[in-house]
Design a protein around this ligand. Structure first.
Ligand code: LUZ
Ligand code: MOS
Length: 762
C-alpha cells in the first residue's frame, strides 16, 4: 500500500503547523536567547523593546504562573532563565507582538548584561571538573581485567564522533488557542504530545485535562522533537494563559539551529584484545557524552550507547563505562539511533585499528565475532541472532569477493583515485530502554455508514506510521482501506502517550489498534451469528463479506454495522497494549530490555579523489532483517533515508561551536547536509524475510532507526581508500570524515598542527 499522505504531499495540501488557519487576534511570540554561553544575568533591559510597534507584552521568568521548569528526566531546565544562563540561545524573554516581524524586531532591542563565567565545550574537560549530570554507568560481562592475559593482540585508541543537526524540514513551533474556563488547545510540531502536555502543565499550573495537544503531522522529527518541542509549546501556552489570546511561535531556521540541541558528540577511549584466531576476547570502553547544559534525554541516550557498545558482536569480556558530561552547549537530545550509533562507531573503530595494525581486512575480524542465537549481550539479554544470516546473504548476493577483487585491481591501476569498501553489520534493540514507556493506546470508532476512525498515540512525521495503522485496522476488519481514516493525535482522545520514538511506534500503537479492532470484530461476529442463527465460530469476516464455512453470504460490512447499532452493540473500543516480558534492573545493569533486535549488514563502496580529498559514494548494498515487512515501500524509504542521514553524519555534516560556545555552523551555508549530488549512486536493499515469531505488529520489524547505522560503513570505506593511497598515514578516528580531513589524511598532515594555529574554531 502506498503511503496515504503521498497525494496531499505532492499537491501541497498536507497540513503542517504553518498551514493551520490563524484565528483573528493571534499574537506572535519570539524568544530572546542568551547571547553568551555561560554567565550571571546582571541586568535585563526591556524598555526599548516594549515600546516597539505592535509589541503587546514581554514575558520573563517572573511571569511564569506555574513552576519555572520543563526538565523531563532531571528537573534542571527553566522555561525562562532566571539569573544563570548555561548556553548561547537559552531563552531569557518571550516577546509577544501583533506580527511575527514586529516580534522579531523587538527582540533585537532587548539588552542584557551578563557577567561571564568559564565556558566548557569539551566533555572530557567537564568530566575532569566533576560536571556530571547523572551518575556514570558501567555495563559488565565476564571479567576484562583477567581476560587481557588470554589476548595475543591488544590495541588501544581514542574515537570521536561529532554532533548532528536534525534539520527537519519543518522547524519547531506551536500554536496555542484559549478555550473556555482556562483550557488551552495547543497545536505543536511534537513527537511527544504528552511530553508537551506535561511541560505546559508544570509551567502554567493548569491540570493536564485542560491542555489538548493536537498533532496532525510533522515535517520530520528524527528525535529533535521528542523532548525539544516542549519549550516552544510551553512558552506559547503560558502567553495564552496570561493574555487569553491565541499565540503562535514558529521558529526561523537560524533560531532553531542555534537554540535547540543536536545529536550528542562523544569522545571515547577503547581497548580491545584478540586471540590468535582473531576472536575478540575483551573490550573496554569509556564514553564521554557531551550532554550540553541540561539533562534533556541525555541519561537515556547514554544508556542506549552502553546497550549497543558491542554492536552485532559477541564479546565474552566487556567493561563499558559512560559519563554524562555537562557542557555549555544547547542541551543535546534524541537523534535517530539515540546514542546507539555513537557506541557502534567506537567498536568499529577498535576493530579497524586491530585490522590495520595486523594487516588483515576488518571484515575478517567482523565476521569471526558476529553474535549467534543464545549469545549474551553485556546487559544480560540473550541474542536471537540474524547477524550471520544477514552477513552471509550479503556476501553471496552482492558477490563481495568479486567487489573486493575489483577494488584491489582498480587501486593497483590508479594513482590519483582510490576505492575503498567496508562492511557494516548492525544490531539494534527495539523497545524504549525505559520499560514503562513501552505502552500505547488506540481508540477505534466504527460509524453507522461503515466508515472507521482510528486514533492512536502515534505521531505521523513522514515515517508512514499512519499508513501502517490504517493497514492494521483495514486488515483486522477485512474492509477496504478507503473506509478507514487516521485522526490527528490528540491528548483528549489518547492519554499518557509515549513519544513517537525508539522505532517502536508502529509496534506499540499498531498492537493497540489490532486489539481494539479485534474486540469490535468479535462483537460484530456475535451479531451476525445471532441474525443468521449460526454459531459464532462458523463466521468469518473476509473482504467485507461474511463467510459461513466456504459460502459467501450477501452480508456486507455496512449492513452488519447497522445491525449491530440497531441491537445497541458498541461500535467503539479503546484498547491498551504493553510489551510483554521486558524488564531491566539498573542497579545490576542486567535484564531483558528489548522486545527483539533488528539485524542487517551493509556494504559501502566509495571512490576518493586523492588530489582534492573529495569522494563519491558509489554504492550501499544492504541485507536487512525485516521479519515480514507489512509495507515494503515505506520500509524501503526508511532504509534509504536512514542510510543517507547516517552517511551525512559520518562524512559531511560538521557541527562547529567555537570555544566561547557559539554555534558557527548556524545555517545551511556553513552546515553541509547530503543533497541529491552526494547520495549514493546505488542503494540496493535486500529483504531478509524471517519466519520466526516476534513481538512486532504483523511480525513486521521496526525499521526507523537501525538503517542510520549503515552509514557508519561510509567512514570506514573512506579510511580504507585513504590507506590504499598512503598505507603509512595516521588517521585519527574522528568523524565526520569531511573532504578536508580526507586531504589531511591522504598526505599525513596532523590536523592538530593546523588546529593549533587556529585560535577561533574548535
Ligand atoms: N527515546 C526514549 C528513544 O525515550 N527512549 C529510548 O530508548 C529511545 N530509543 C531510541 C530513540 N528514542
Ligand atoms: Mo527518536 S531518536 O526515536 O525520537
Amino acid at each position: 500500500m502506498k503511503n496515504i499522505d503521498s497525494s496531499t504531499h505532492v499537491r501541497g495540501e498536507s497540513i503542517y503547523l504553518d498551514d493551520i488557519p490563524l484565528i483573528r487576534g493571534t499574537l506572535f511570540g519570539v524568544a530572546f536567547g542568551s547571547p553568551v554561553a555561560h554567565g550571571i544575568i546582571r541586568s535585563l533591559d526591556l524598555t526599548e523593546a516594549e515600546t516597539m510597534p505592535g509589541v503587546v507584552r514581554i514575558l520573563t521568568y517572573k511571569d511564569v504562573t506555574g513552576e519555572n521548569q520543563i526538565g523531563g528526566i532531571v528537573p534542571d531546565e527553566p522555561l525562562l532563565a532566571e539569573h544563570h544562563v548555561h548556553y548561547c540561545g537559552m531563552p531569557i524573554a518571550f516577546v509577544l507582538a501583533e506580527t511575527d516581524n514586529e516580534a522579531r524586531a523587538a527582540v533585537k532591542k532587548i539588552t542584557v548584561t551578563i557577567e561571564p563565567l568559564p565556558v566548557i565545550t569539551d566533555p572530557r574537560d567537564a568530566q575532569a571538573k566533576g560536571e556530571l549530570i547523572v551518575r556514570p554507568r558501567t555495563f559488565r560481562l565476564g571479567e576484562t581485567a583477567a581476560a587481557w592475559e588470554q589476548c595475543t593482540y591488544i590495541f588501544e585508541g581514542v574515537a570521536d564522533t561529532n554532533g548532528q543537526e536534525h534539520l527537519y524540514i519543518e522547524t519547531q513551533g506551536a500554536y496555542a488557542i484559549p478555550q473556555e474556563n482556562n483550557g488551552i488547545k495547543l497545536y505543536s510540531s511534537t513527537q511527544g504530545p504528552t511530553a508537551v502536555q506535561r511541560a505546559v502543565t508544570k509551567s502554567s499550573g493548569l491540570p493536564m485535562h485542560q491542555i489538548d495537544v493536537d498533532v496532525t503531522r510533522l515535517g520530520g522529527g528524527f528525535g529533535g522533537k521528542e523532548d525539544q518541542a516542549n519549550m516552544w509549546a510551553a512558552l506559547c501556552a503560558l502567553a495564552t494563559h496570561i493574555l487569553k489570546k491565541p499565540v503562535k511561535y514558529s521558529l526561523h531556521r537560524l533560531e532553531d539551529m542555534a537554540m535547540t540541541g543536536k545529536r550528542h558528540p562523544y569522545s571515547s577511549d577503547f581497548k580491545i584484545g584478540l586471540d590468535n584466531d582473531l576472536k575478540i576476547i575483551a573490550y573496554e570502553v569509556t564514553f564521554y557524552q557531551n550532554a550540553g547544559a541540561a539533562a534533556d534525554l541525555s541519561p537515556a541516550v547514554m544508556e542506549r550507547t552502553l546497550f549497543h557498545c558491542t554492536n552485532s558482536y559477541f564479546i565474552p569480556n566487556v567493561t563499558a563505562t559512560a559519563f554524562c558530561c555537562r557542557t555549555n552547549l544547547p542541551p543535546n537530545t534524541a537523534f535517530r539511533g539515540f546514542g546507539g550509533p555513537q557506541g557502534m562507531f567506537v567498536i568499529e573503530a577498535a576493530i579497524a585499528k586491530a585490522a590495520e595494525s595486523l594487516g588483515v581486512d576488518a571484515a575478517v575480524i567482523q565476521a569471526k565475532n558476529l553474535n549467534k542465537t543464545g549469545d549474551e549481550f553485556p546487559y544480560g539479554q540473550k541474542a536471537e541472532s540474524e547477524a550471520h544470516a544477514c552477513w552471509t546473504k550479503a556476501e553471496e548476493l552482492y558477490d563481495i569477493e568479486t567487489i573486493r577483487h575489483n577494488v584491489a585491481s582498480f587501486n593497483a591501476a590508479n594513482v590519483l583515485y582510490k576505492k575503498g569498501i567496508a562492511l557494516m553489520p548492525v544490531c539494534f534493540g527495539i523497545s524504549f530502554t525505559n520499560t514503562r514507556m513501552n505502552q500505547a493506546r488506540a481508540l477505534v470508532h466504527v460509524y453507522t455508514d461503515g466508515s472507521v476512525g482510528v486514533s492512536t498515540g502515534a505521531v505521523e512525521m513522514g515515517q508512514g506510521v499512519n499508513t501502517k495503522m490504517l493497514q492494521v485496522a483495514a486488515q483486522t476488519f477485512s474492509i477496504q482501506p478507503e473506509r478507514v481514516k487516521l485522526q490527528s493525535t490528540s491528548t483528549y482522545r489518547i492519554a499518557n502517550t509515549s513519544p513517537s520514538a525508539a522505532s517502536a511506534t508502529a509496534d506499540l500503537n499498531g498492537r493497540a489498534v489490532q486489539i481494539a479492532c479485534t474486540d469490535i470484530v468479535n462483537r460484530l461476529k456475535a451479531v451476525a451469528a445471532d441474525v443468521l442463527q449460526v454459531r459464532v465460530d462458523e463466521i468469518s469476516l473476509q473482504d467485507e463479506y461474511i463467510y459461513l464455512g466456504d459460502k459467501k453470504t450477501d452480508w456486507y460490512w455496512q449492513r452488519l454495522v447497522m445491525e449491530a447499532y440497531a441491537k445497541r452493540v458498541s461500535l467503539s473500543e479503546h484498547a491498551h497494549y504493553s510489551t510483554p516480558d521486558i524488564h531491566y534492573d539498573a542497579t545490576k545493569e542486567k535484564g531483558h530490555p528489548f522486545a527483539y533486535h533488528v539485524y542487517g549488514t551493509a556494504l559501502v563502496d566509495v571512490t576518493v579523489d586523492c588530489l582534492r580529498g573529495t569522494y563519491e559514494m558509489e554504492a550501499v548494498k544492504v541485507v536487512h532483517d525485516f521479519g515480514a515487512s507489512m509495507n515494503p515501500m515505506i520500509d524501503r524509504g526508511q532504509i534509504e533515508g536512514g542510510i543517507v542521514q547516517g552517511i551525512g553524519w559520518m562524512t559531511m555534516e560538521e557541527v562547529v561551536f567555537d570555544k566561547s560556545g557559539r554555534l558557527r555552523s548556524n545555517a545551511l551555508s556553513t552546515y553541509k547536509v547530503p543533497d541529491i549530488y552526494s547520495v549514493p549512486k546505488e542503494i540496493a536493499i535486500n529483504f531478509l524475510e524471517t519466519q520466526q515469531d516476534n513481538l512486532a505488529i504483523f511480525r513486521s520489524k521496526a525499521v526507523g532507526e537501525p538503517p542510520l547505522m549503515y552509514g557508519i560503513g561510509a567512514y570506514f570505506a573512506l579510511r580504507n581508500a585513504i590507506l590504499a593511497f598512503n598505507p603509512t598515514t595516521t588517521i585519527p578516528f574522528d568523524a565526520p570524515m569531511t573532504p578536508e580531513k580526507v586531504l589531511l589524511a591522504l598526505y599525513d598532515v596532523n590536523p592538530a598542527l593546523i588546529l593549533a594555529n587556529d585560535q577561533t574554531v574548535k
